[in-house]
Design a protein around this ligand. Structure first.
Ligand code: GRG
Length: 297
């Protein structure tokens, strides 16, 4: 029987959203404005791919995923913070995200900055708290926290983002483009998969294989994101053509649409090789990887 990805993604999304709702203070908590802004962006309707990948990786080794839901939520918080800040006028200056007006359009710039800051700090608070409450192995918790910090900071998102901004409207090489995509996008996706394996107590060799898988699908994911900015439809939730308008460094701009698509597919094929030892336990990860390059949103 083939794997029911749509059902799996819908069920996982619900579990993650219910957990996010539990972990975040209610909207009427004082001072209401910041809680409203945080919840507005968190519940604006993302795919929840990073937490879903983390849980799928954890479940290769263990079934009690409830113990690590806080870590899955922390990944979504870091991701959402990065989107809020990326949309700010000082960065990409975007009006729509996830089909809704961006945070600064609704709450103003200062509140949007603070909502991003809050989500970033809350992510780390939540992981540390869960480590204590769930009785997880302290060394594994510290390792997982380290991996998330590493993927969000100077070795990850932030360095990808600064180069993305620097190269706007300028010449760039394929090496520079790959640096941007590896840091801006692949680093958090790779970390999501790695953290799942770390928390599940996987062996170093297994963690490494999953990390290699994550790096490749992360890069493929961003190439698809570049492609969708050109050919995407209504489901995308944001206007198409914005990369071209801003003269962003993208794969289609450098290689053309066909070659970009081939590159994304080849990366996913390479990624699959790293899952061979996990046999059918890695079927959800394979199905998600296929979805990432076939998606319309
Ligand atoms: C501000 C430090 C900082 C970093 C920003 C995330 C980011 C880096 C920029 C956003 C723009 C962009 C194209 C980022 C690449 C990552 C990406 C493809 C984000 C969209 O992720 P999805 O498709 O979004 O998972 P949803 O809405 O489904 O969660």
């Amino acid at each position: 029987m083939s794997f029911d990805l749509a059902g799996y993604l819908a069920e996982r999304k619900k579990i993650i959203e219910q957990a996010l709702d539990r972990y975040l203070p209610p909207e009427n908590t004082y001072p209401e404005k910041i809680h409203q802004a945080v919840r507005y962006s968190i519940f604006a309707g993302g795919k929840r791919i990073r937490p879903i990948l983390m849980l799928a990786s954890y479940e290769i080794f263990r079934s009690d995923y409830e113990r690590v839901l806080a870590f899955a939520c922390a990944l979504e918080m870091i991701h959402t913070y990065s989107l809020i800040h990326d949309d700010l006028p000082a960065m990409d200056d975007d009006d729509f995200r996830r089909g809704k007006p961006t945070s600064h359009k609704v709450f103003g710039e200062a509140t949007a900055i603070l909502a991003g800051d809050a989500l970033q700090a809350e992510a780390f608070r939540l992981m540390a708290e869960a480590g204590i409450k769930e009785g997880l192995e302290p060394e594994r918790v510290i390792w997982a926290i380290y991996e998330l910090a590493n993927s969000a900071g100077l070795s990850g998102l932030v360095s990808g983002q600064i180069m993305d901004l620097e190269k706007q409207g300028k010449k760039y090489t394929e090496k520079e483009l790959e640096f941007i995509h590896r840091h801006k996008t692949a680093s958090l996706i790779r970390a999501s998969i790695k953290i799942g394996a770390i928390l599940a107590g996987a062996e170093k060799k297994e963690i490494k294989a999953l990390e290699e898988f994550g790096e490749r699908i992360g890069l493929a994911f961003q190439i698809m994101d570049d492609i969708l900015d050109i050919v995407g439809g209504e489901k995308l939730g944001k206007p198409i053509g914005s990369d071209q308008k801003k003269q962003k460094a993208t794969y289609p701009a450098l290689l053309g649409l066909n070659k970009s698509e081939e590159r994304a597919k080849a990366l996913v094929e390479q990624a699959f090789k790293f899952l061979e030892d996990f046999e059918e336990k890695a079927e959800p990860l394979r199905a998600i990887a296929r979805f990432l390059i076939e998606r319309e949103y």
